[in-house]
Ligand binder design. Structure first.
Ligand code: PEP
Ligand code: MN
Length: 265
């Protein structure tokens, strides 16, 4: 089902009531904080990313943290804050479901169900997401090959949900100058084999604020269908991923530079 042999034309995901799309000609941009921390923090980010031209808002309600003692997310309270953000700014909401219990709530409140890198091969979660009717944003596993990545998408589609968006977010390599190694070469590789949209996450892909804009530009240049970027109004105070979160002014710059590249393609 993921294959271009079966479906030649690109899959374009639409969002009724908006002109936002993922896949096709326009660049889709998803931006917002790693985690929803407070209503004020979430609104501060949402206002600024909406003004800069993002069509989608991201914010974690359920966080897959390395340490069980680190901030785990506000759960349903965060989902309700994001519903208010959708109403206020018209942004569509993208948020992660870390398990089947969170999936029910994410499906209820959000517009796009994110499956995180650590869950890319959680087949029961993939199948459960495949039984939903909301688009699924599937992040590449930390050590997943192209085939494993596409097969994970196949799990979702095999249950009847064909609205899958792939996301390259960096993989584990020996290189330690960045948090992960952003594998931009997977973008054209996916596009050759599959009709599904593929977007890039330069935030988790690099882990470093000063590398987010250059890698976002590169992702657009290589032909990605969109970007997912962490933006925080006060990254030094962020409860998660502050070091890779860009300032709102940097997001304005990112949007400007990336849209210039997108127009010449
Ligand atoms: C995220 O997008 O906040 C996230 C946890 O990403 P990943 O699953 O790619 O680590
Ligand atoms: Mn994060």
């Amino acid at each position: 089902l993921v294959s271009r042999d079966l479906k030649e034309e690109d899959t374009v995901i639409t969002f009724p009531g908006t002109n936002a799309t993922i896949g096709g000609r326009d660049l889709a941009v998803i931006a917002g904080p790693c985690s929803i921390e407070t209503r004020e923090q979430a609104f501060a980010a949402a206002e600024q990313v909406a003004a800069a031209g993002a069509q989608f808002f991201r914010g974690g309600a359920y966080k897959p943290r390395t340490s069980p003692y680190a901030f785990q997310g506000l759960g349903e309270e965060a989902l309700k804050i994001m519903v208010e953000i959708r109403e206020r700014y018209g942004l569509r909401i993208v948020t992660e479901a870390i398990d089947t219990e969170a999936l029910e709530l994410v499906d209820h409140y959000a517009d796009v169900i994110q499956i995180g890198a650590r869950n890319m091969q959680n087949y029961s979660l993939l199948k459960a997401a495949g039984r939903k009717r909301k688009p699924v944003l599937l992040k590449r596993g930390l050590a997943a090959t192209l085939e494993e990545f596409l097969m994970a998408a196949e799990y979702v589609m095999s249950e009847g949900n064909y609205q899958v968006i792939l996301c390259e977010r960096g993989i584990r390599t020996f290189a330690d100058h960045t948090r992960n190694t952003l594998d931009l070469s997977i973008v054209p590789a996916v596009q050759r084999l599959s009709h599904l949209p593929i977007i890039v996450d330069p935030s988790h892909g690099t882990g470093k604020r000063n590398k987010v804009i250059p890698l976002a530009r590169a992702a657009v240049a290589v032909g990605a269908d969109g970007l997912i970027v962490e933006v925080h109004h006060a990254p030094d105070k962020a409860l998660s991923d502050g070091a890779q979160s860009i300032y709102p002014e940097q997001f304005v710059q990112l949007m400007d530079e990336c849209s210039q590249i997108a127009t010449v393609l």
